[in-house]
Design a protein around this ligand. Sequence first.
Ligand code: RIB
Ligand code: CA
Length: 314
Amino acid sequence: MNNRIPIILDADPGHDDAIAWVVANASDRLEILACTAVNGNCNAYKAAYNAQRVMALIGLDVPVARGRNCPLYRPSLSAPANIHGESGLDGPALPEPERELEKISAAELMARTLRNSREKVTIVATGPLTNVGELLLGYPELKEKIARISIMGGGIKYGNWTPAAEFNILIDPEAADIVFNSGIHVIMSGLDVTEQALVTPEDVEEIKQIGNPVSDIVWQWLEFFYRFHLSIGYKGAPMHDLCAVMALIHPEVFEMKDMHVEIETEGMYTDGKTIGDIYGITGKPANATCIMGVDRKKFIDLMIDYIRYYSEVH
Ligand code: RIB
Ligand code: CA
């Protein structure tokens, strides 16, 4: 038995989702069982097409399925095209899909994957939590097959879509509430850490030198992604989603704190906020490990090492 962590990747690719998948696929500590696409950065149809193309690029041949095209209970918000582009993954040309979409929904594919796995499975969700919420609502008996849920989402100290809420949570707060109150432990990579995990133009120059078919796409994704972020004052591109993968394979580069987290689903000004009980005031047991800091240099060096992996396999 290999000691790899079996995972399901759920995302709304998205440049940072795509880079997270590049690293996850290169790690010998993870075994990717399935991929699912969720409405978020772009609609579910575009997210699914982007997921298939990223999988073709990195040589990931596992079942892939599309989720519903709207949140569980509310109308969908959509990210403006200036962040990820009209396609949701603008920039370099990508290969066409090699793996067809399954004829079942994302939640059904997750359920089938959990049912068929001998071991408990970790879900790595880097978009809105709609698919994971639908899975937990529809298949409560499969909760025991989920080891943990590692997400990019939320922010204990602040939001990025409203002052209170981060995009992934705000798109579907009810789904996030289901996840955080499911009894399954959550590793939460919120803005507190992801906005420290910045890729700078100097890092991109190092990736440009690698020269394999994947690194040649990644640096172009990064240039596209950080152009928007530099324009609004960031010093680089925040590798939001990669944190949810790195938390599983290199926890040593992070500062983490267990705490109870609630999701606001009705606040006039705080809708979608992840409310972290940092000081244990409520006395409620921790339902999440919140990542609050990162050694940026170590994080980026590891990311670049994983991108170099594709020089060996091409
Ligand atoms: O707020 C950042 C999150 O929103 C990331 O997952 C990014 O891909 C977008 O989905
Ligand atoms: Ca995402």
